[in-house]
Design a protein. Sequence first.
Length: 370
Amino acid sequence: MGGDAVKVGGVSVCRRVLPDVYAKVKEYVLQKVAAVHRAEVVVELPGKESFGDLDLLTVVPEGGWKTIRPWAREAFGVPEEHVAGSKVVSIAFDCSAVGHDGYFQVDFIPVENVARLNMARLYFSYGDLGAIIGRITNHYGLKFGDPGLWCEVFEQTADPAAAFDVRKTLGSVHLSTSPEDICDYLGLDFAVWRDVFPTLASAADHPAIFDWLVSSPWFDPAIFKRGNGNHRRRQLMRPFYTSFLAHVGVEDAPVECAEWTEGETGGGTHNRQLHAVDHFGKRAEYDAVVMKHRVEAARKAKFTGGDVHRAYEAAGKKLKGREVGAAIDEFKKFAAAAAGASFEAYLDSEATRDDVVALVETHVAQQLAS
């Protein structure tokens, strides 16, 4: 994606092509791919004057995604040096197959299964549309992408008194894979995307897409006034994205924010994770994530592998390499046997941190005495 994934000697092999060449490549490639795989071209922006690549949403085959790379090489006669990527597989397509010179990049984008195609269509459609929606949802602590809408539950969501840090998450809650339901939640009219956008014919129609994005009550131009290096690069290199920012009055480079604790990461009053969890009926999944984290935190407060390591050092033996892991495993077996339960059940019992440390010391003494 982007047109410069395939490089030889650090130099991009492929070039941009005009719409007539793009149309020929698309027809040729789709005919070959459709005979073997379920695939479709991403919904293209109307009025593009040239194309940097052909993006194909490709359902992961039964043999797994690892089979796509060798299949593409064989199907299109591509040498190994003209293939790049693993998650997104890119090839340098030889345009002589359609009567033109040079190479053009073709990207195979994985879609988990047929049921996920609808979501992938929305996210990858119309240039940077999905990335723009993602910037908006990210501001409120939600993730938007081809898998759908989800949240990485912030520690602050479960404990509002905690200081916000985007790196401190408890686990993931998947909210929806339905493009219709997600658009409805964000206040975007899905019918406009489905029925009206396909009728747009030129770049002059792009403001209709911009206005659709702005129609979401979640939209705030201030979201796009702060950002990180990736956002600044996108603003410089992606014409559609740049035009959108100009349309909403954001023309200066975004001010860099403290990425972990503020800005577009969903902190403070911007946090809508619980709102989304309840809207999509995912409270049980959310509670399970929080409970799992709390149980693990409670266990860690009672015991860590370092307790075993330190006990051996205090007794005069320094463990090295794999000895550390083996010693920890031996203690866990010892503690489980002593408790008559699993090690996790022992930690979940009324045993205190002091009790566990004392048991570690007893075990280490026995091991060194034997």
